[in-house]
Every structure is written in C-alpha cells, then in structure tokens.
Design a protein. Structure first.
Length: 185
C-alpha cells in the first residue's frame, strides 16, 4: 500500500470516528430546532439533514484553523437542517416577511391596549390600507398546504367542527415563529 493510500485510509477512519462521536450533537440540534418549528416539521427529517451536514463537516474539517470540531460541525449541522426546511417550503420569503410584520403589529397593539387588535388598527400600525392588509392575510392563508384526501372527502358535519388534527392556536404561533427564525437564519 502506498503512502497516499495510508493517509486516505487514516483520514477516512478519523472522519468516521468524528461522525460517530458527534451523532448526539445532531440529535440535540434537531430537538432544539424542532421545539421552535411547527409540528408539521418531522424531527426525523431534521436529523437526516443534520447527519448529512455532520458527514460533510467531518470530511471538510481542518483542525489547523483553530475551531473545535463540535463548533464547526454544529454550524454545518444547523445550516443543513435549515437548508432542508427552506428547500421544502414553497412559499416566497416576501409572504413570510409581510406576515411576520403583521404578527408583530398585532402583538404590539395587544400589548398597548390589552385587548384583541382590530383590522383597522393593524392596518394603521403597518401604515397600509385595509385592502393591502387583507391581501397579506390572503397570501399567507393560501400558503397553507392541504392534503389531496382532505379536498376530495365528502363534506360532513365533522368537517365543520375542528378535528383533532386541526392546528391549535399555539401551533399557528409556532408556525409564525418558525417563519421568523427561517428568515433570520
């Protein structure tokens, strides 16, 4: 075996060791992100994307640059997870950005007044017309995904009442926060 083969075998073995030693880091980062994302984001998908990031980090890590592997890998793992989420989100960023502004305005008005904000107050706070405000809400609502089975089922009384699968208000808030974190990342 020549010298290059020995070096390549050692590098491969050392990369494998780094990956095996830091699998828990992927799980920790996935759980941390999942807590801030809507329940529709599957933690297994995050972990899969994170493992790809970890493998790439192990292959590209240069110890001579002064950073610890865990720090370097953590950045790459989180980045891989966020890239995967963005890849599967077909809604334009502008829609998320506008809806985040609406959400911030609602929270500000409610904090100031101690009651639910009216449509007019929200539009005034955003310095836009009521029509523009309704367009933002419409664009945001149309970005929600529905399964084909939901649209093909015969309507019944149970379709009029919220099902156990319906998003709860706190899930909607998580979705808003998820969009904010994605935009900030």
């Amino acid at each position: 075996m020549n010298n290059y083969s020995n070096v390549a075998a050692k590098a491969s073995h050392s990369s494998d060791d780094l990956v095996m030693q830091h699998v828990d880091l992927v799980k920790r980062i996935a759980q941390h992100l999942a807590a801030r994302l809507p329940s529709t984001v599957d933690i297994d998908d995050l972990m899969q994307a994170g493992m790809i990031g970890l493998i790439e980090a192990a292959g590209n890590f240069d110890a001579t640059r002064g950073a610890s592997f865990e720090t370097y890998a953590g950045i790459r793992i989180r980045g891989a997870m966020l890239d995967d989420i963005r890849k599967h989100d077909w809604t334009p960023r502008s829609v998320h950005h506008k809806y985040r502004k609406v959400s911030d305005a609602i929270h500000a008005i409610e904090a100031e007044t101690g009651r639910a904000a009216s449509n007019e107050e929200i539009a005034d706070k955003l310095d836009i017309s009521l029509e523009e405000y309704h367009k933002i809400l419409s664009d945001s609502a149309s970005s929600r995904l529905f399964s084909l089975e939901e649209t093909l089922e015969e309507p019944t009384f149970t379709h009029k009442a919220p099902s156990s699968d319906s998003p709860l208000p706190d899930q909607e808030l998580y979705h808003e926060q998820f969009q904010k974190y994605l935009a900030d990342a």
